[in-house]
Design a protein around this ligand. Structure first.
Ligand code: 13P
Length: 260
């Protein structure tokens, strides 16, 4: 069957003030607004979501949050909810990024609560999973990924699971310049899709987009996206520059249309 429509998502992390975000978004809009074969999403910091949303109007580029809290509102100083992200124009939300797990104590249980809140709020979660370097060296990649997946998605119904994006981001490849080889990435993506099939059935497994993340650049996306189970990328550093992010999108479009 045909592969899923790719999604190229930019995770800006804790970069860009208002004017910088405006400049980046304006340039990106001029470079990729015509793209229809690939979905494009940017996830800026909360403080500039409004600015970016305004510029993206009419562009077809989707907006995403980098995180959320699971309550809809309340006395939770410093937190942002799904309805707030929705109201500012977000379609997607990144959940359980390894940096949140590593520095802010997020667990598979909190990831589960956040996924549920995102779905209730009408957002599409992009759920991040991936092993550390030490875990890979110990041969634990599959067991770590399986546990993150099963505990993170625990109790969700198939109808909800098929809406999700999953981002496989090996921690050792994030911001290090070390990309997983296409075979290393494909092997884990295939494993993830296989687990989804076992737990939720083949139609769910075939619907879920599995993105790769970790030092994705214009030079490596073309090979990654041709792999059977790689449906796009979650891009950090290279998404902070409109030209490099647009080049990633273009390369992905070329690979998709070559194969069509
Ligand atoms: P880099 O692309 O900078 O390695 O970051 C990947 C990432 O963490 C995206 O969420």
């Amino acid at each position: 069957m045909a592969k899923r429509k790719p999604l190229i998502a930019g995770n800006w992390k804790m970069y860009k003030t208002g004017p910088q975000a405006g400049e980046l978004t304006g340039r990106l809009k001029s470079l990729v607004s015509d793209v229809v074969d690939v979905d494009v999403m940017v996830a800026p910091p909360f403080t500039v979501l409004g600015v970016v949303a305004e510029i993206l109007k009419g562009s077809g580029i989707y907006l995403g949050g980098q995180n959320l809290f699971w309550e809809a509102e309340g006395a939770y100083t410093g937190e942002i909810s799904a309805p707030m992200l929705k109201a500012v124009g977000c379609t997607y939300v990144i959940i359980g990024h390894s940096e949140r797990r590593q520095y802010f104590g997020e667990t598979n249980a909190s990831v589960n609560r956040k996924i549920r809140a995102a779905l209730v709020g009408g957002l599409i979660p992009v759920v991040c999973i991936g092993e550390s370097e030490a875990e890979r060296e110990l041969g634990q990649t599959f067991s770590v990924v399986q546990e993150q997946l099963e505990e993170g998605l625990e109790g969700l119904i198939s109808d909800d699971v098929q809406k999700l994006g999953i981002a496989y981001e090996p921690v050792w490849a994030i911001g290090t310049g070390k990309t997983a080889t296409t075979d290393q990435a494909q092997e884990v993506h295939e494993f993830i899709r296989g687990r989804m099939g076992t737990v939720y059935g083949n139609s769910v497994a075939n619907a879920v987009r599995i993105l790769y993340g970790g030092s994705v650049k214009p030079e490596n996306i073309g090979d990654l996206i041709t792999m059977a189970d790689i449906d796009g990328a979650l891009v950090g550093g290279a998404s902070l520059n409109a030209d490099s992010f647009a080049a990633i999108v273009r390369s992905c479009v070329d690979s998709v249309t070559d194969k069509a």
